[in-house]
Design a protein around this ligand. Structure first.
Ligand SMILES: NC(=O)c1ccc[n+]([C@@H]2O[C@H](COP(=O)([O-])OP(=O)(O)OC[C@H]3O[C@@H](n4cnc5c(N)ncnc54)[C@H](OP(=O)(O)O)[C@@H]3O)[C@@H](O)[C@H]2O)c1
Length: 325
């Protein structure tokens, strides 16, 4: 099978297309013919050796796929060849076939297409866990989202709306803000303009947002946190802007506010039942039309590095996917 391989830490351009041996399912495993693989910012960091975990080299990047089961080990009784599944794995997604443990599988609803199925797990799973489990967003509360046109950001808009929130979306261009509007944002703020903090205050009736969803960090975090409402919850989701912000802790005291960490991958390991319950809710909302992943780019397997480069260069909105077949 063909796969994209990371042989050494480096920029996405150092990834190579290689012919690898077809995987064989060992105990508790299945082999999936990958039809679509989601691209996520962590993939950009993982190939550079800058993520929370470093896979052993060489490895195939890519952590979420949708596809058809090709074969199963003798001891696997819950899935069979031909089943359509979604899989969330640490690595291996950017290849024509993926070896995955059964615990990593979610059955695909029969009316779901592979592209959508590859675009829902990580971004929507993260944002649901953040907003529902960690921030407990209440009906009518204001939620500010930074990087709102990105993968987790756009998912956060839709989930925030489905939970009854009023969404204030921040992004760096008016074109990206238009995408946020199409996905349900109530207020749009271009945070490349110097007066964006005043705009956030005005958008929340002077009291500040009750919840702030931050997958961006860097220079945006402190001004955002200074704007939070009394009793607010600040969700630390990621640092796409590069810098890990350092906040003066007196700000939490002055606002009676909470800094709330979000680590979805670890949550899926520590609370698999909770994660499955979240995924069921998301699949139901998808069928009801309450959420609808935006796929702004499709790349052939040999162009997977380009997908990662476009993401790092702030060129994508919503999700982009890789098509390995
Ligand atoms: N905590 C968790 O469990 C978890 C799970 C998944 C992802 N994450 C993290 O969440 C972040 C976003 O992931 P994603 O997949 O949604 O990425 P994405 O689609 O690329 O979105 C990131 C957004 O960040 C903004 N941004 C600001 N400065 C940037 C810069 N220098 N380079 C790139 N983007 C920049 C961009 O919007 P503007 O151009 O509008 O500013 C972009 O849309 C990443 O840091 C990722 O590691 C965390």
């Amino acid at each position: 099978m063909k796969a994209v391989v990371c042989n050494a830490w480096g920029a996405p351009d150092t990834l190579t297309m290689q012919e690898l041996q077809d995987p064989q399912a060992g105990p508790g495993q299945v082999v999936i013919d990958v039809r679509a693989a989601g691209v996520n910012f962590p993939d950009v960091l993982i190939v550079q050796g800058k993520y929370q975990f470093k896979p052993e080299l060489p490895f195939v990047p890519g952590s979420e796929v949708a596809g058809v089961i090709r074969s199963v080990a003798d001891d696997v009784t819950t899935f069979k060849p031909g089943d359509h599944v979604i899989a969330f794995v640490p690595t291996g997604g950017f290849g024509q076939q993926l070896l995955a443990p059964v615990q990593a599988l979610i059955p695909m609803p029969s009316d779901m297409d592979f592209d959508t199925a590859a675009a829902i797990t990580l971004t929507y799973g993260t944002s649901y866990h953040a907003i529902a489990d960690r921030a407990a967003l209440k009906n009518g509360e204001n939620m500010l989202i930074l990087g709102a046109a990105g993968g987790v950001g756009l998912a956060a808009i839709e989930i925030g709306k489905a939970l009854g929130g009023r969404i204030i979306a921040c992004a760096s261009t008016d074109e990206k803000l238009e995408v946020c509007r199409q996905h349900g944002a109530d207020v749009l703020i271009n945070y490349s303009r110097p007066d964006w903090r005043e705009a956030v205050k005005a958008a929340s009736g002077g009291k500040g947002p009750d919840v702030i969803y931050d997958p961006v960090g860097g220079e945006y975090a402190e001004p955002a946190f200074r704007s939070i409402a009394w009793g607010g919850r600040y969700l630390v989701v990621g640092f796409a802007n590069g810098g890990i912000p350092k906040l003066p802790l007196n700000l939490t005291l002055l606002k009676g506010a909470s800094l709330v960490g979000v680590f979805w991958g670890e949550f899926t390991k520590r609370d698999p039942k909770g994660n499955m319950a979240n995924m069921r809710q998301l699949l139901q909302w998808l069928q009801e039309g309450k959420i609808s992943p935006r796929i702004s780019g499709r790349y052939q397997l040999e162009n997977a590095a380009q997908a990662l480069n476009d993401m790092a260069a702030r060129k994508v909105t919503g999700k982009v996917i890789v098509l390995p077949q």
